[in-house]
Design a protein around this ligand. Structure first.
Ligand code: CA
Length: 255
């Protein structure tokens, strides 16, 4: 019996995607294109089932519809964030900005509006998966350029465990929030133009959508800043972009 597990693990090195969508036509369409790209797919029509599958299926990425029969997709996202920090890509027919902002503030990483092309969906899925895989790939390749723990006064960022501590307490960040913080804090005081930051985090397919970036920055500030209105770590440089300011941690300055 032991071998079954081992063989399954060896065979199943495909990345797993959980699709939470109640309209069969759409979920079948998404499944078809994901399988063409050799992803393993699980479909859930209900929010409650999606929460169970997040544990048992261990997806690497979740595609989440906003309008579900039993729960609001936004509520599902909030609950998912208690158990997983993998990318969550919202799918909805509602295209207005309000929903997009609400979705991202509930811990979502991205938002795609129906109807979308398979190419657009796959591009985003790939961009998010590539982004979350990056640190492990570098470690596997024997490069340790990006895995140093960054320590600042009141803030610690560990790219290997992907944990962030604020005043010694672990806080929960979405994978996008983590990437943003890590990217900025690796090079303190360097100004990152919005478009450059956006392209580096989301990939070329998302160029131009700086509104999304602003929402993520705002959410990140709420989690790490003492006063998000007067941020100490993530500073807006008017007309230029964002930069990270942090006092490097040293034992001597602690009392
Ligand atoms: Ca729906």
């Amino acid at each position: 019996m032991m071998y079954v597990g081992v063989l399954t693990m060896g065979w199943s090195n495909m990345e797993r995607i959980l699709v939470v969508e109640d309209e069969a036509e759409i979920s079948e369409f998404i499944e078809l294109y994901l399988k063409k790209e050799r992803y393993e797919v699980a479909i859930s029509q209900m929010g409650s089932q999606a929460l169970e599958l997040a544990g048992s299926f261990q997806p690497n990425l979740i595609i989440l519809d906003i309008m579900l029969p039993d729960m609001d997709g936004l509520e599902v996202c909030l609950k998912l964030r208690n158990v997983t920090n993998v990318p969550i890509l919202f799918v909805s027919c509602k295209g207005d900005e309000m929903d997009k902002i609400v979705g991202l503030s509930m811990g979502g990483d991205d938002y795609i509006t129906k109807p979308f092309s398979p190419r657009e969906l796959i591009a985003r899925v790939k961009a998010h998966l590539r982004r979350t895989k990056m640190p492990q790939n570098e470690i596997a390749a024997g490069r340790n350029v990006d895995d140093a723990i960054l320590r600042f006064e009141g803030l610690e960022i560990n790219p290997v465990s992907r944990e962030v501590k604020v005043n010694g307490e672990i806080i929960r960040l979405s994978s996008t929030e983590f990437e943003l913080l890590h990217k900025l804090s690796k090079q303190p005081n360097r100004v990152f133009p919005q478009l450059q930051l956006y392209d580096q985090i989301w990939g070329e397919y998302h160029a131009g959508d700086t509104r999304t970036l602003m929402v993520h920055i705002s959410n990140l500030r709420k989690k790490i800043e003492k006063d998000p209105v007067l941020p100490q770590y993530i500073i807006t440089v008017r007309g230029a972009g964002y930069k990270f300011l942090g006092v490097p941690f040293s034992q001597e300055t602690t009392h």
